[in-house]
Design a protein. Sequence first.
Length: 278
Amino acid sequence: MVVHQQGQRRGRAGEAVLAVGVAAVVAVTSGCGGSAAAGDDRPPADPAAAVRAAPDRLAATGSAQARTAMEMATGGTRVTIRGEGGVDFRNRMGQLLVMLPADAAGKEAHQPITELLVPGALYMKNRGAGVPADKWVRVDTATLADGNLVTGGATDPLAAAELLRGAQDVRYVGVTELAGTKVRHYQGTTDIGRAAKTASPGVKGALEAAAKGFTTDTVPFDAYLDEEGRLRKVRHRFSWVNNGVIDVSSTTLLYGFGTPVTVVLPASRDIYAGKIAG
């Protein structure tokens, strides 16, 4: 797996960036416990330990393809933002193409946004809001009130997995099938602050910011692990306050484990440092 990094720098542009997902809503309205065979439906001895071990299992696997869906509901309106790409769990990097929904008239509201996910930062191209089409915006995820759990219109798959380190009150639901693979289904809640304390270094700062920014640290989840304890699907339910309460259901699907993922960061000259329109 080859990962290139070029020209990283901190830009002031990130301070002014608004949540992609929230903007879409506005536009429309205006341990080791997971290694038992999944075919065996006997409950694991410690369901919480199985779930908490999932991020380490992914790191050991190396990489995967990912699909994301972020459903946002506010004021009786519900929209879904979808993403697709790849994640390098070992090197804590990834790339997603995020598709925003059409507007109320059915017209495409925005071209797809390319997002690069690296430790401590989010890069976005085709961000709009006054940013030239050939420029990137760099955001320090530790400065975001939600730690990029909501901002990018897709929960970073790395963060989605690392959130499970704070899993508590976990119950084993049973065996089910996901895309032809038998998986174990778990339900519970995770504590953002607790997850931040044991998160990997590349995600720790973002989760610490989220623990301070959300009105509650408790996040309900459904997680599905395969026979090797790898996370195949996770759904988190957030409640986010931004000019009103926004209920967010964020789903991450992982597949194609071992698929090479290459992330090339933009050069400094390609990062936009100007003001971003609201």
